[in-house]
Design a protein around this ligand. Structure first.
Ligand SMILES: [Zn+2]
Length: 331
């Protein structure tokens, strides 16, 4: 891997600093090499076309979570805790403006890390004001006089402040709104912006993979191709020193909103991909959104399946947070 070698001890120290107070004492020792590292990550935001297909309003108000979304997130956290694991959540700064954030404070207190997902769900690769976020398209005066890169850096910084001030936690990493097939490879300026804000790792890459025509369940060809894409979803270090922890396909919105798969097809894809990760001692980072899953998977079958697969693998796999996967990036 080209670029600055990562000082493992220094990195681990800074990764630990990024955990919520109270979480540190419960952080287990690093899993041994060769053990599959499985993460359940949930992005806390409202999703376009959920809970009903005609819903587009959330594009302007991604962080204004409804009660059902909060309930699903809290119950998911409770279930994974009861299986001995933790969920890695990502939150939007704007959610911290809501009247009640006690449900999220409880999640943090239970030991689930919460990372930064920006304030308004901004596109960190945007280079013109019109493509930063729908909110600013409708209300351009909010960002007048600033360059896109200034708006984006400020949006990430404000979310960081919101999580610290309202929840009293240190944000656990940064996940870009939207995933990018090449991650941040072409944008060292964005990598440096995150490093300057104190982030040692980012979750921005979502590997390319085939899917089906909407409404068509996947066959073995598509499911196998998604398994093959897992090799592209392993952690690595950018030349700037920032660590990438990719999202593992297929996401819930990819399967349900875009491809309109039945739940059983999504579960089968998860089963094959997690099994691949276990067989190869690799990482798997499940990407879900409570606002989508509460409609498509109301009985938490995806999350329970992942817990089942990890527990059945015994000492060959472990449920971990994304900071643990980041620490395994080859430096
Ligand atoms: Zn998002």
């Amino acid at each position: 891997m080209p670029g600055r070698p990562l000082d493992r001890r220094r990195f681990l120290t800074s990764a630990a600093v990024l955990c919520a107070p109270g979480v540190l004492a419960r952080t287990p020792p690093l899993p041994e090499q060769g053990k599959a590292l499985i993460t359940i990550s949930l992005d806390l935001e409202m999703s376009r076309q959920y809970p009903t297909r005609d819903q587009f309003h959330w594009d302007y108000e991604k962080g204004n979570l409804d009660a059902d979304t909060k309930r699903y997130a809290a119950e998911a956290a409770r279930r994974v805790s009861s299986r001995g694991g933790r969920i890695h959540f990502f939150a939007l700064g704007r959610t911290m403006e809501q009247e009640d954030v006690g449900w999220l404070a409880e999640i943090a207190e239970a030991g689930h890390p919460i990372g930064n997902h920006s304030y308004d769900h901004v596109n960190v690769l945007a280079t013109d004001p019109g493509s930063i976020q729908f909110r600013f398209e409708r209300a351009p005066w909010l960002i007048e006089g600033k360059s896109p890169s200034e708006v984006i850096a400020e949006n990430v910084r404000l979310a960081d402040r919101a999580l610290r001030v309202r929840l009293g936690i240190e944000p656990a990493g940064f996940r870009t709104p939207g995933g990018f097939h090449s991650g941040l490879a072409d944008r060292p300026d964005v990598q440096r912006m995150l490093l300057d804000l104190g982030y040692r790792w980012v979750s921005s890459k979502y590997p390319r993979h085939p899917s089906t025509e909407p409404g068509t369940p996947p066959g073995d060809d598509v499911l196998d191709a998604i398994v093959t894409a897992q090799a592209e979803a392993q952690p690595y270090v950018y030349p700037t020193g920032l660590v990438e922890v990719p999202m593992s396909p297929i996401s819930d919105v990819g399967a349900f909103r875009t491809s309109r798969w039945p739940l059983d097809a999504f579960l089968e894809s998860i089963r094959r991909c997690v099994s691949w990760a276990i067989d190869h001692g690799a990482a798997f980072d499940f990407l879900g959104h409570p606002s989508c899953l509460l409609v498509e998977d109301p009985e938490f079958r995806a999350i329970e399946l992942i817990c089942d697969l990890v527990s059945r693998a015994m000492d060959r796999a472990e449920l971990v947070d994304l900071g643990t996967i980041a620490a395994r990036a080859p430096g």
